[in-house]
Write a protein that binds this ligand. Structure first.
Ligand code: ITT
Ligand code: NA
Length: 215
């Protein structure tokens, strides 16, 4: 059965294909992003809409940068803030406020029109770096939910990674990658494989890939 990864973002699909090689193709469709203060609602709504449009199983992912000392700004508004304020100015605001602790978070939503009650829960691989779990990692380790608002169930998988806001460095990746440092390197300085091994999206994708393989 084919699976469509629904995104307008080339960077996301490059990362996703490393986890989901067989039969996954991009559907370049700009689903409605509702105004909500959590990524879960945005991803779940988007997955239902994309499934209606595509007529085959879909995955969408909604992600954001959360600066801890700025109450999680820009968070679910990351896309809007990237387009308006811009990545460099977000970095400057965080550094000037001396609020450089941050995390990325990703919520991946799968929808194929069926119920998931009989499907096994995803196995969490835990913290692959062997470091202490902080808030972001605890979030990543949380049990993923099946959201069933209305009649079309959606299965959610989350991932998060902690880091620090720095002056922009590197030209790989996309979006906020140049200002997000993890283990001494910005995400834009890492190659795709290394970013994937530790990133919010990579973690969510790994959980999804395990679950999907069982399905
Ligand atoms: P789609 O909704 O079409 O998938 P998008 O780029 O709008 O593409 P999001 O809404 O999930 O995707 O992204 C929210 C913002 O967060 C946007 O500004 C992205 O550039 C940024 N972002 C998401 N994932 C990122 C990552 O891995 N590294 C850096 N920035 C990221
Ligand atoms: Na989006």
């Amino acid at each position: 059965m084919s699976l469509r990864y629904v995104t307008t973002n080339e960077g996301k699909i490059r990362e996703a294909l490393e986890y989901l090689d067989s039969g996954v193709t991009q559907l370049d469709y700009d689903y409605t992003e509702i105004q909500a203060d959590d990524l879960e609602s945005v991803a779940a709504f988007g997955a239902r809409e994309a499934f209606r449009v595509a007529g085959e199983p879909v995955v969408v992912d909604d992600a954001g940068l959360f600066v801890d000392g700025l109450d999680g700004f820009p968070g679910p508004y990351s896309s809007y803030v990237e387009d308006t304020l811009g990545v460099e100015r977000v970095g400057r605001v965080a550094r000037e406020a001396d609020a450089t602790r941050a995390h990325f978070r990703c919520v991946l939503a799968y929808c194929d029109g069926e119920d998931f009650a009989a499907t096994p829960e995803p196995v969490d691989r835990g913290d692959r770096r062997g470091q202490d779990l902080d808030a972001a990692d605890r979030d990543s380790a949380a049990t993923d939910d099946t959201v069933a608002e209305g009649d079309v169930p959606v299965k959610l998988f989350t991932g998060a990674v902690p880091g620090r806001i720095v002056e922009p460095r590197g030209d790989g990746g996309f979006g906020y990658d140049p200002i997000f440092e993890h283990d001494g390197e910005t995400f834009a300085e890492m190659d795709a494989e290394r970013k994937n091994a530790i990133s919010h999206r990579g973690r969510a994708l790994a959980k999804f890939a395990d679950w999907y393989a069982e399905r």
